[in-house]
Design a protein around this ligand. Structure first.
Ligand code: UDX
Length: 448
Protein backbone atom coordinates (compact mmCIF):
# COMPACT_ATOMS: atom_id res chain seq x y z
CA UNK A 1 0.00 0.00 0.00
CA UNK A 2 1.94 3.11 -1.16
CA UNK A 3 1.90 6.16 1.08
CA UNK A 4 1.54 9.43 -0.80
CA UNK A 5 3.45 12.52 0.25
CA UNK A 6 1.26 15.18 1.83
CA UNK A 7 1.72 18.34 -0.28
CA UNK A 8 4.05 20.97 1.15
CA UNK A 9 4.13 19.34 4.51
CA UNK A 10 4.21 20.72 8.03
CA UNK A 11 7.12 21.71 10.21
CA UNK A 12 7.77 18.99 12.75
CA UNK A 13 10.34 18.45 15.49
CA UNK A 14 11.23 15.10 17.01
CA UNK A 15 12.99 15.20 20.38
CA UNK A 16 15.02 12.06 21.08
CA UNK A 17 16.64 10.25 18.16
CA UNK A 18 16.96 6.71 19.42
CA UNK A 19 15.20 3.80 17.83
CA UNK A 20 11.78 5.36 17.98
CA UNK A 21 12.68 8.99 17.29
CA UNK A 22 15.15 8.50 14.45
CA UNK A 23 12.76 6.23 12.57
CA UNK A 24 9.83 8.54 13.30
CA UNK A 25 11.72 11.63 12.10
CA UNK A 26 12.76 10.02 8.81
CA UNK A 27 9.29 8.56 8.30
CA UNK A 28 7.63 11.95 8.83
CA UNK A 29 9.99 13.43 6.21
CA UNK A 30 9.01 10.55 3.92
CA UNK A 31 5.38 11.67 4.32
CA UNK A 32 6.43 15.09 2.97
CA UNK A 33 6.99 17.09 6.16
CA UNK A 34 9.91 19.38 7.07
CA UNK A 35 11.48 17.60 10.02
CA UNK A 36 14.22 18.34 12.51
CA UNK A 37 15.36 15.56 14.82
CA UNK A 38 16.94 16.70 18.10
CA UNK A 39 19.17 14.72 20.45
CA UNK A 40 21.75 15.61 23.08
CA UNK A 41 24.12 12.87 21.82
CA UNK A 42 26.48 14.57 19.33
CA UNK A 43 27.79 11.29 17.92
CA UNK A 44 24.30 10.07 17.16
CA UNK A 45 23.36 13.34 15.46
CA UNK A 46 26.60 13.30 13.47
CA UNK A 47 25.91 9.78 12.26
CA UNK A 48 22.29 10.52 11.35
CA UNK A 49 23.24 13.68 9.40
CA UNK A 50 25.77 11.57 7.50
CA UNK A 51 22.97 9.08 6.67
CA UNK A 52 24.47 6.42 8.93
CA UNK A 53 22.07 4.51 11.18
CA UNK A 54 23.33 4.36 14.79
CA UNK A 55 21.58 0.96 15.13
CA UNK A 56 20.74 -2.01 12.93
CA UNK A 57 17.28 -1.76 11.43
CA UNK A 58 16.41 -3.18 8.00
CA UNK A 59 15.39 -0.46 5.54
CA UNK A 60 16.20 2.44 7.85
CA UNK A 61 19.47 3.55 6.28
CA UNK A 62 17.86 3.70 2.82
CA UNK A 63 14.98 5.75 4.18
CA UNK A 64 17.43 8.05 5.96
CA UNK A 65 19.55 8.62 2.85
CA UNK A 66 16.47 9.22 0.72
CA UNK A 67 14.83 11.72 3.08
CA UNK A 68 18.06 13.60 3.90
CA UNK A 69 18.62 14.01 0.16
CA UNK A 70 15.25 15.77 -0.23
CA UNK A 71 16.39 18.49 2.20
CA UNK A 72 13.27 17.92 4.29
CA UNK A 73 15.13 16.16 7.11
CA UNK A 74 17.98 17.28 9.34
CA UNK A 75 19.28 16.47 12.78
CA UNK A 76 20.59 18.85 15.43
CA UNK A 77 21.76 18.95 19.05
CA UNK A 78 20.22 22.39 19.56
CA UNK A 79 16.66 22.44 20.89
CA UNK A 80 16.32 26.00 19.50
CA UNK A 81 16.05 24.35 16.06
CA UNK A 82 12.68 22.95 17.13
CA UNK A 83 11.23 26.49 17.23
CA UNK A 84 8.42 27.08 14.78
CA UNK A 85 7.36 23.46 14.38
CA UNK A 86 3.61 22.90 14.50
CA UNK A 87 4.02 19.54 16.22
CA UNK A 88 6.84 18.49 18.56
CA UNK A 89 7.12 14.74 19.09
CA UNK A 90 8.69 13.50 22.33
CA UNK A 91 10.44 10.19 21.58
CA UNK A 92 12.94 9.77 24.41
CA UNK A 93 13.45 6.55 26.37
CA UNK A 94 11.74 5.50 29.62
CA UNK A 95 14.07 2.82 31.00
CA UNK A 96 13.44 0.82 34.16
CA UNK A 97 14.72 2.58 37.28
CA UNK A 98 17.74 0.92 38.83
CA UNK A 99 16.63 -1.35 41.67
CA UNK A 100 12.92 -0.64 41.12
CA UNK A 101 10.15 -1.75 38.78
CA UNK A 102 9.01 1.79 37.98
CA UNK A 103 9.88 3.65 34.78
CA UNK A 104 12.48 6.40 34.92
CA UNK A 105 10.79 9.53 33.59
CA UNK A 106 13.79 11.82 33.78
CA UNK A 107 14.27 11.97 30.02
CA UNK A 108 10.60 12.60 29.22
CA UNK A 109 10.50 15.37 31.80
CA UNK A 110 13.75 16.92 30.57
CA UNK A 111 12.63 16.77 26.93
CA UNK A 112 9.28 18.41 27.72
CA UNK A 113 10.93 21.09 29.82
CA UNK A 114 13.47 21.84 27.09
CA UNK A 115 10.59 22.30 24.65
CA UNK A 116 8.95 24.89 26.91
CA UNK A 117 11.63 27.38 25.85
CA UNK A 118 10.71 27.16 22.15
CA UNK A 119 7.03 26.31 22.26
CA UNK A 120 4.44 28.84 21.01
CA UNK A 121 0.67 29.02 21.46
CA UNK A 122 -1.22 26.78 19.03
CA UNK A 123 1.65 24.29 18.79
CA UNK A 124 1.25 20.70 19.90
CA UNK A 125 3.55 18.55 22.02
CA UNK A 126 2.84 14.92 21.06
CA UNK A 127 4.30 12.33 23.41
CA UNK A 128 5.23 8.99 21.88
CA UNK A 129 7.36 7.53 24.68
CA UNK A 130 5.84 4.71 26.74
CA UNK A 131 4.90 6.30 30.07
CA UNK A 132 3.00 5.36 33.24
CA UNK A 133 -0.66 6.36 33.07
CA UNK A 134 -1.10 9.87 34.49
CA UNK A 135 2.13 11.28 33.04
CA UNK A 136 0.47 13.03 30.08
CA UNK A 137 -2.05 14.78 32.31
CA UNK A 138 0.74 16.08 34.50
CA UNK A 139 2.85 17.25 31.55
CA UNK A 140 -0.20 18.87 29.92
CA UNK A 141 -0.67 21.01 33.02
CA UNK A 142 2.99 22.02 32.92
CA UNK A 143 2.74 22.99 29.24
CA UNK A 144 -0.52 24.92 29.73
CA UNK A 145 0.95 26.71 32.72
CA UNK A 146 4.20 27.78 31.04
CA UNK A 147 2.97 28.36 27.48
CA UNK A 148 -0.74 29.20 27.54
CA UNK A 149 -2.39 28.10 24.30
CA UNK A 150 0.11 25.28 23.61
CA UNK A 151 -1.36 21.76 23.67
CA UNK A 152 -0.27 18.27 24.62
CA UNK A 153 -1.45 14.94 23.22
CA UNK A 154 -0.30 11.36 23.80
CA UNK A 155 0.18 9.41 20.62
CA UNK A 156 1.75 6.02 21.42
CA UNK A 157 3.66 4.00 18.84
CA UNK A 158 3.68 0.23 18.47
CA UNK A 159 6.71 -0.33 16.26
CA UNK A 160 8.56 -3.61 16.45
CA UNK A 161 12.31 -3.64 16.08
CA UNK A 162 13.22 -5.24 12.77
CA UNK A 163 10.01 -3.81 11.23
CA UNK A 164 10.32 -0.25 12.54
CA UNK A 165 10.07 1.52 9.16
CA UNK A 166 7.06 -0.46 7.91
CA UNK A 167 5.32 -0.24 11.29
CA UNK A 168 5.78 3.55 11.34
CA UNK A 169 4.64 4.18 7.77
CA UNK A 170 1.91 1.52 7.78
CA UNK A 171 0.73 1.25 11.38
CA UNK A 172 -2.19 -1.06 12.14
CA UNK A 173 -3.84 1.72 14.14
CA UNK A 174 -3.42 5.34 15.22
CA UNK A 175 -4.17 6.26 18.81
CA UNK A 176 -4.69 9.90 19.79
CA UNK A 177 -4.90 10.72 23.49
CA UNK A 178 -6.27 14.26 23.40
CA UNK A 179 -6.88 17.05 25.91
CA UNK A 180 -10.47 17.83 26.90
CA UNK A 181 -12.57 20.78 25.74
CA UNK A 182 -12.04 22.92 22.66
CA UNK A 183 -8.34 22.05 22.56
CA UNK A 184 -9.37 18.56 21.57
CA UNK A 185 -10.37 19.49 18.02
CA UNK A 186 -7.25 21.57 17.41
CA UNK A 187 -5.00 18.74 18.58
CA UNK A 188 -6.87 16.14 16.52
CA UNK A 189 -6.67 18.31 13.41
CA UNK A 190 -2.90 18.75 13.84
CA UNK A 191 -2.31 15.00 14.24
CA UNK A 192 -4.58 14.24 11.28
CA UNK A 193 -2.52 16.64 9.21
CA UNK A 194 0.73 14.94 10.28
CA UNK A 195 -0.62 11.49 9.44
CA UNK A 196 -2.78 12.58 6.48
CA UNK A 197 -1.62 9.85 4.06
CA UNK A 198 -1.92 7.19 6.74
CA UNK A 199 -5.40 8.35 7.73
CA UNK A 200 -6.39 8.51 4.05
CA UNK A 201 -5.25 4.91 3.63
CA UNK A 202 -8.11 3.92 5.97
CA UNK A 203 -5.95 3.12 9.02
CA UNK A 204 -8.20 2.62 12.07
CA UNK A 205 -8.01 5.58 14.44
CA UNK A 206 -8.90 5.59 18.13
CA UNK A 207 -9.50 9.08 19.51
CA UNK A 208 -9.50 9.12 23.26
CA UNK A 209 -8.24 10.81 26.43
CA UNK A 210 -4.67 10.99 27.73
CA UNK A 211 -5.00 8.16 30.25
CA UNK A 212 -6.54 5.66 27.84
CA UNK A 213 -3.90 6.39 25.19
CA UNK A 214 -1.11 5.85 27.72
CA UNK A 215 -2.70 2.60 28.84
CA UNK A 216 -3.23 1.27 25.30
CA UNK A 217 0.51 0.89 24.93
CA UNK A 218 1.21 -0.83 28.25
CA UNK A 219 -1.90 -3.01 27.93
CA UNK A 220 -0.86 -4.13 24.44
CA UNK A 221 2.64 -5.05 25.58
CA UNK A 222 1.27 -6.80 28.67
CA UNK A 223 -1.05 -8.88 26.50
CA UNK A 224 1.79 -9.87 24.17
CA UNK A 225 4.01 -10.80 27.13
CA UNK A 226 1.17 -12.81 28.68
CA UNK A 227 0.61 -14.70 25.45
CA UNK A 228 4.27 -15.65 25.24
CA UNK A 229 4.41 -16.69 28.90
CA UNK A 230 1.19 -18.68 28.50
CA UNK A 231 2.72 -20.86 25.82
CA UNK A 232 5.95 -21.11 27.80
CA UNK A 233 3.96 -22.30 30.83
CA UNK A 234 2.46 -24.93 28.52
CA UNK A 235 6.03 -25.80 27.51
CA UNK A 236 6.85 -26.50 31.16
CA UNK A 237 3.89 -28.87 31.30
CA UNK A 238 4.90 -30.47 28.02
CA UNK A 239 8.34 -31.10 29.51
CA UNK A 240 6.66 -32.79 32.48
CA UNK A 241 4.37 -34.94 30.36
CA UNK A 242 6.29 -35.64 27.16
CA UNK A 243 3.84 -33.61 25.06
CA UNK A 244 4.99 -31.30 22.24
CA UNK A 245 4.48 -27.55 22.69
CA UNK A 246 4.96 -26.69 19.03
CA UNK A 247 2.13 -28.96 17.92
CA UNK A 248 0.08 -27.73 20.85
CA UNK A 249 0.57 -24.10 19.71
CA UNK A 250 -0.35 -25.00 16.13
CA UNK A 251 -3.49 -26.78 17.26
CA UNK A 252 -4.79 -24.07 19.58
CA UNK A 253 -3.66 -21.34 17.17
CA UNK A 254 -6.13 -22.56 14.51
CA UNK A 255 -8.85 -21.17 16.74
CA UNK A 256 -9.35 -17.64 15.41
CA UNK A 257 -10.10 -16.40 18.89
CA UNK A 258 -6.63 -17.49 20.03
CA UNK A 259 -4.53 -17.05 16.87
CA UNK A 260 -1.07 -18.52 16.22
CA UNK A 261 0.92 -15.26 16.44
CA UNK A 262 3.07 -14.75 19.56
CA UNK A 263 2.61 -18.39 20.55
CA UNK A 264 6.18 -19.42 19.80
CA UNK A 265 7.48 -21.18 22.86
CA UNK A 266 11.19 -21.00 23.64
CA UNK A 267 13.52 -18.78 25.55
CA UNK A 268 10.86 -16.13 26.09
CA UNK A 269 10.71 -12.39 25.66
CA UNK A 270 13.42 -9.80 26.17
CA UNK A 271 14.34 -6.46 24.63
CA UNK A 272 13.93 -2.84 25.60
CA UNK A 273 10.12 -2.89 25.85
CA UNK A 274 8.18 -5.93 27.02
CA UNK A 275 10.11 -6.72 30.24
CA UNK A 276 10.38 -3.16 31.50
CA UNK A 277 6.89 -2.17 30.37
CA UNK A 278 5.13 -4.93 32.31
CA UNK A 279 7.18 -4.07 35.41
CA UNK A 280 6.44 -0.35 35.12
CA UNK A 281 2.76 -1.19 34.64
CA UNK A 282 2.76 -3.24 37.86
CA UNK A 283 4.54 -0.45 39.73
CA UNK A 284 2.04 2.13 38.52
CA UNK A 285 -0.92 -0.09 39.43
CA UNK A 286 0.56 -0.33 42.93
CA UNK A 287 0.81 3.47 43.20
CA UNK A 288 -2.82 3.72 42.15
CA UNK A 289 -3.94 1.17 44.74
CA UNK A 290 -4.92 -1.28 42.01
CA UNK A 291 -1.96 -3.67 42.27
CA UNK A 292 -4.20 -6.76 42.53
CA UNK A 293 -5.34 -6.17 38.96
CA UNK A 294 -1.83 -6.82 37.68
CA UNK A 295 -0.38 -9.42 40.07
CA UNK A 296 -0.70 -11.94 37.23
CA UNK A 297 2.02 -10.01 35.40
CA UNK A 298 4.45 -10.98 38.14
CA UNK A 299 3.81 -14.61 37.19
CA UNK A 300 4.19 -13.72 33.49
CA UNK A 301 7.61 -12.27 34.35
CA UNK A 302 8.54 -15.32 36.48
CA UNK A 303 7.58 -17.84 33.82
CA UNK A 304 9.65 -15.86 31.34
CA UNK A 305 12.77 -15.76 33.54
CA UNK A 306 12.43 -19.50 34.38
CA UNK A 307 12.92 -20.37 30.72
CA UNK A 308 16.44 -18.95 30.80
CA UNK A 309 17.31 -21.08 33.83
CA UNK A 310 15.78 -24.16 32.20
CA UNK A 311 17.89 -23.57 29.09
CA UNK A 312 21.06 -23.62 31.17
CA UNK A 313 19.88 -26.85 32.85
CA UNK A 314 19.17 -28.42 29.47
CA UNK A 315 22.67 -27.51 28.32
CA UNK A 316 24.09 -29.14 31.44
CA UNK A 317 22.00 -32.27 30.79
CA UNK A 318 23.23 -32.69 27.22
CA UNK A 319 26.82 -32.05 28.35
CA UNK A 320 26.67 -35.23 30.46
CA UNK A 321 25.76 -33.41 33.69
CA UNK A 322 28.60 -30.89 33.89
CA UNK A 323 29.34 -27.60 32.17
CA UNK A 324 32.89 -27.34 33.51
CA UNK A 325 35.34 -26.85 30.67
CA UNK A 326 32.71 -27.65 28.03
CA UNK A 327 32.99 -25.71 24.82
CA UNK A 328 29.58 -24.27 24.01
CA UNK A 329 28.65 -22.33 20.88
CA UNK A 330 25.85 -19.80 21.27
CA UNK A 331 24.25 -18.71 18.00
CA UNK A 332 22.52 -15.38 18.57
CA UNK A 333 23.13 -12.48 20.95
CA UNK A 334 20.39 -10.02 19.95
CA UNK A 335 17.09 -10.25 21.85
CA UNK A 336 15.43 -11.19 18.58
CA UNK A 337 16.41 -11.60 14.91
CA UNK A 338 16.92 -8.62 12.58
CA UNK A 339 18.07 -6.43 15.44
CA UNK A 340 21.39 -5.55 17.09
CA UNK A 341 19.60 -4.74 20.34
CA UNK A 342 20.91 -6.71 23.30
CA UNK A 343 18.86 -5.05 26.04
CA UNK A 344 17.64 -7.83 28.33
CA UNK A 345 18.59 -10.37 25.69
CA UNK A 346 17.60 -13.91 26.75
CA UNK A 347 20.39 -15.29 24.54
CA UNK A 348 23.14 -13.26 26.22
CA UNK A 349 21.67 -13.97 29.65
CA UNK A 350 21.98 -17.72 29.00
CA UNK A 351 25.46 -17.35 27.48
CA UNK A 352 26.66 -15.45 30.56
CA UNK A 353 25.12 -18.00 32.97
CA UNK A 354 26.87 -20.85 31.12
CA UNK A 355 30.18 -19.03 31.27
CA UNK A 356 29.76 -18.25 34.97
CA UNK A 357 29.14 -21.93 35.57
CA UNK A 358 32.44 -22.95 34.04
CA UNK A 359 31.68 -23.49 30.36
CA UNK A 360 33.87 -22.02 27.67
CA UNK A 361 31.30 -20.04 25.67
CA UNK A 362 31.75 -18.65 22.18
CA UNK A 363 28.98 -16.36 20.92
CA UNK A 364 28.19 -15.25 17.41
CA UNK A 365 25.51 -13.01 15.90
CA UNK A 366 25.07 -11.43 12.46
CA UNK A 367 24.57 -7.91 13.88
CA UNK A 368 24.93 -7.68 17.66
CA UNK A 369 28.50 -8.80 18.39
CA UNK A 370 29.89 -5.29 18.93
CA UNK A 371 27.12 -4.41 21.37
CA UNK A 372 27.44 -7.77 23.11
CA UNK A 373 31.19 -7.43 23.47
CA UNK A 374 30.78 -4.08 25.21
CA UNK A 375 28.34 -5.54 27.75
CA UNK A 376 29.97 -8.97 28.26
CA UNK A 377 33.67 -8.62 27.42
CA UNK A 378 34.42 -11.85 29.29
CA UNK A 379 32.61 -13.97 26.69
CA UNK A 380 34.40 -15.12 23.52
CA UNK A 381 33.04 -13.95 20.20
CA UNK A 382 33.25 -15.39 16.68
CA UNK A 383 32.28 -13.88 13.34
CA UNK A 384 30.49 -16.90 11.93
CA UNK A 385 28.41 -19.82 13.19
CA UNK A 386 31.08 -22.23 11.92
CA UNK A 387 33.84 -20.43 13.84
CA UNK A 388 31.74 -20.34 17.00
CA UNK A 389 30.94 -24.03 16.70
CA UNK A 390 34.43 -25.29 15.85
CA UNK A 391 35.08 -28.27 18.15
CA UNK A 392 32.02 -27.44 20.26
CA UNK A 393 30.54 -29.92 22.72
CA UNK A 394 27.10 -28.40 22.19
CA UNK A 395 25.51 -25.75 19.98
CA UNK A 396 22.74 -23.52 21.35
CA UNK A 397 20.54 -21.62 18.88
CA UNK A 398 19.19 -18.80 21.03
CA UNK A 399 18.13 -16.12 18.52
CA UNK A 400 16.33 -17.39 15.42
CA UNK A 401 18.17 -15.44 12.72
CA UNK A 402 17.33 -16.78 9.29
CA UNK A 403 20.97 -17.75 8.70
CA UNK A 404 20.76 -20.11 11.69
CA UNK A 405 17.36 -21.52 10.77
CA UNK A 406 18.78 -22.36 7.36
CA UNK A 407 22.03 -23.98 8.53
CA UNK A 408 22.73 -27.26 6.77
CA UNK A 409 22.92 -29.80 9.64
CA UNK A 410 25.07 -32.17 7.57
CA UNK A 411 27.80 -29.66 6.72
CA UNK A 412 27.57 -27.98 10.13
CA UNK A 413 27.97 -31.36 11.83
CA UNK A 414 31.50 -31.57 10.44
CA UNK A 415 32.83 -28.60 12.46
CA UNK A 416 31.66 -29.60 15.95
CA UNK A 417 33.19 -32.10 18.39
CA UNK A 418 29.79 -33.52 19.40
CA UNK A 419 26.60 -33.21 17.39
CA UNK A 420 24.38 -31.84 20.14
CA UNK A 421 22.04 -28.98 19.34
CA UNK A 422 19.69 -27.08 21.65
CA UNK A 423 17.00 -25.21 19.79
CA UNK A 424 16.14 -22.34 22.14
CA UNK A 425 13.56 -20.87 19.78
CA UNK A 426 11.94 -24.01 18.33
CA UNK A 427 13.13 -22.70 15.00
CA UNK A 428 15.09 -25.60 13.51
CA UNK A 429 13.82 -28.51 11.43
CA UNK A 430 14.05 -31.24 14.05
CA UNK A 431 13.75 -34.10 11.54
CA UNK A 432 16.56 -32.75 9.34
CA UNK A 433 18.90 -32.29 12.31
CA UNK A 434 18.20 -35.71 13.82
CA UNK A 435 18.52 -37.32 10.37
CA UNK A 436 21.99 -35.74 10.14
CA UNK A 437 22.94 -37.50 13.37
CA UNK A 438 22.44 -34.66 15.83
CA UNK A 439 21.00 -35.05 19.33
CA UNK A 440 18.25 -32.44 19.22
CA UNK A 441 16.79 -30.86 22.38
CA UNK A 442 14.30 -28.01 22.66
CA UNK A 443 12.22 -26.38 25.37
CA UNK A 444 8.80 -27.99 25.62
CA UNK A 445 9.57 -30.83 23.22
CA UNK A 446 10.69 -34.43 23.51
CA UNK A 447 14.33 -35.24 22.90
CA UNK A 448 14.94 -35.92 19.20
C1 UDX B 1 7.45 -4.95 21.23
C2 UDX B 1 6.02 -4.85 20.71
O1 UDX B 1 5.74 -5.94 19.81
C3 UDX B 1 5.82 -3.53 20.00
O2 UDX B 1 4.48 -3.39 19.56
C4 UDX B 1 6.17 -2.41 20.96
O3 UDX B 1 6.05 -1.16 20.33
C5 UDX B 1 7.59 -2.58 21.50
O4 UDX B 1 7.73 -3.87 22.09
P1 UDX B 1 9.82 -5.56 20.16
O5 UDX B 1 10.40 -5.37 21.53
O6 UDX B 1 10.52 -4.98 18.98
O7 UDX B 1 8.32 -4.98 20.11
O8 UDX B 1 9.74 -7.12 19.93
P2 UDX B 1 8.64 -8.26 19.73
O9 UDX B 1 8.63 -8.66 18.31
O10 UDX B 1 7.36 -7.92 20.36
O11 UDX B 1 9.34 -9.45 20.54
C6 UDX B 1 9.58 -9.32 21.95
C7 UDX B 1 10.25 -10.55 22.51
O12 UDX B 1 9.34 -11.64 22.54
C8 UDX B 1 11.47 -11.04 21.71
O13 UDX B 1 12.49 -11.40 22.64
C9 UDX B 1 10.95 -12.27 20.98
O14 UDX B 1 11.96 -13.20 20.74
C10 UDX B 1 9.92 -12.80 21.98
N1 UDX B 1 8.85 -13.63 21.38
C11 UDX B 1 8.01 -13.10 20.47
C12 UDX B 1 8.69 -14.94 21.80
O15 UDX B 1 9.42 -15.45 22.66
N2 UDX B 1 7.67 -15.69 21.24
C13 UDX B 1 6.82 -15.19 20.33
O16 UDX B 1 5.91 -15.92 19.88
C14 UDX B 1 6.99 -13.86 19.90
Amino acid sequence: MPIEESGDGMRISVVGCGYLGAVHAASMAELGHQVVGIDVDERKIGALNAARAPFYEPGFEDLLARTLATGRLRFSTDIADAAGAAVHFVCVGTPQKRGEYAADLRFVEAATESLLGVLAPGELVAGKSTVPVGTAGRLAELVADKVPGALLAWNPEFLREGFAVTDTLHPDRLVYGLPAGSDREVAERLLDEVYAPIVAAGTPKVVTDHATAEMVKTAANSFLATKISFINAMAELCEATGADVKQLADAIGYDDRIGRKFLNAGLGFGGGCLPKDIRAFMARAGELGADQALTFLREVDNINMRRRIRMVELAREVCDGSLLGKHIAVLGAAFKPDSDDIRDSPALNVAAQLQLQGADVRVTDPAAIDNARRLWPQLDYADTAEQAAASADAVLVLTEWRAYRELDPVAFGKVVASKRVLDGRNALDREAWTAAGWTYRALGRRAG
